[in-house]
Design a protein around this ligand. Sequence first.
Ligand code: TNX
Length: 538
Amino acid sequence: MSRLKKTCSIYLFLLIPFVFAHAQSPSVQVIPQPQEIHISPQGDFHVNNNTGVVYTSSQMQKPAGVLAAYLSNRLKISIEPGRKNTGTNQFVLKEDVKLGKEEYHVSVDKNAVVCEASTSVGMFYAVQTLLQCLNVSDDGFRIASTTIKDTPRYGWRGFMLDESRHFFGKEVVKQLLDVMAYLKMNRFHWHLTDEQAWRIEIKKYPKLTEIGAEGNWHDRNAPRAFYTQDDIREIVAYAAERYIMIIPEIDMPGHATAVTRAYPEFSAGGTGRWEGFTFHPAKETTYRFIDDVLTEIVQLFPAPYIHIGGDEVHFGNKIWFTDPVIQQFIKDNDLKNELGLEHYFIRRACDIVQSKGRTMIGWDEIIASGITPDKAIVMWWRHDKPDQLTAALEKGFNVIITPRIPCYFDFVQHSSHKIGRRWAGKFNALETVCQFPDNISDLISNYPDQVLGIQANLWTERVADVKRLYFLLFPRLAGTAESAWTNRSEKDYSRFEEKIKKFLEFLDGKGINYFNIFDPESTPEPWGPDKADVIAEG
Ligand code: TNX
């Protein structure tokens, strides 16, 4: 054998275990993509009947319980997490105070899986990653030998559900929270009030649900549907178990029709389509009502934020321009005009939220209201008004970015889809969702600390049932998770698409409907109850 050939054969020989291990190694596909992931050819970790789950400090007990429960369930064995080292073949959940709040490390070799985090939530994310890495093979469950170092790009990884236009109920919300946890999303913004209905029990104002909870977008006479305070407590606790904060939205001063139907005394009046769209901005009793409602809200939701809406007031405030009481109020308070009055209303709402020890969040209309940036967080939604985002950032506001394009999931997600919104022909395909916010980095890159994160919003005017709700949400919600968690340098759309196959299997396992991006015709677009709903915008 020549020398060259000999050297080559030695190298090839040395490579064999590597190649073999790679060929044999189960895949490591995680959504959202971790910031650093290395697969090593050390041999896989096998989960078996003797596998232990060990945690080193009391705050890791909860994530240890989540891991043990999942393994026990899937393997049909009983694994009790404990603090005692069980020798080999164990998961070790270790506290490491040096890591950031949501950061975690995972290192897998054939003897052990070691997870490190400084907090219980960081460890929960390590566990979520591991559960996605678990591969079923002929000889049981395996995890490929891997090291992962991970921490989120943004602290706010949100999803908003509109349950005023249509009501979906407790079980659906819980299922959504499960999927959010799998995707390491951590903020559930709950749009509970709007024109169509009021969906949360308020003890001091029973008519809000007796009258206000009737109807939905398609059917004004649909039976009452709302969450009791017990339901709310149950769901808030369920979310907290998954490290998800719930932020309630009580929309004002517009989108208030359900309130004014129940309590006309708080209505500014109006006619036709916009009858009762706004609260009466010039009555002290209106502000007392809001204060009372928020008193009950803060008892139910421990989140440090309350969303007060603040959007689209001009749609339905025509009456403000002619009503003598309102006009007099503008003069007496030197508010100049109707917009000044709107801003006054927002400042009053902000004071009420503050008096309850919470911070206000509002849609981007609130920027001009005169509120200082220490008092409110802005949700930028009008993608056609990038100057709103710039103004908010320049004024020093913290901002959550949720522009219609690509964050509104009532927009269609495929060129063939007919029900749902488009804007000048544009819609929100999975790839556009994933690319975000890197396609607007010129707008945000100078303000890294003020952009708190990203949120997807599902408005439900044209979402009358769960099948359609899930069809619009999935798999796009996974795109939101990837865009909010993963640094630009680690994003790779073709790899993401590969991982989506596994995500769809996960949804199949839960019986959740989705749009199949790989075979659009296999999942036809579910119609709402009324085919006339097709929106032909753009
Ligand atoms: C605008 S986004 C709204 C909602 C609609 C949505 C439909 C926002 C603050 N207001 O009331 O449901 O568009 O896409």
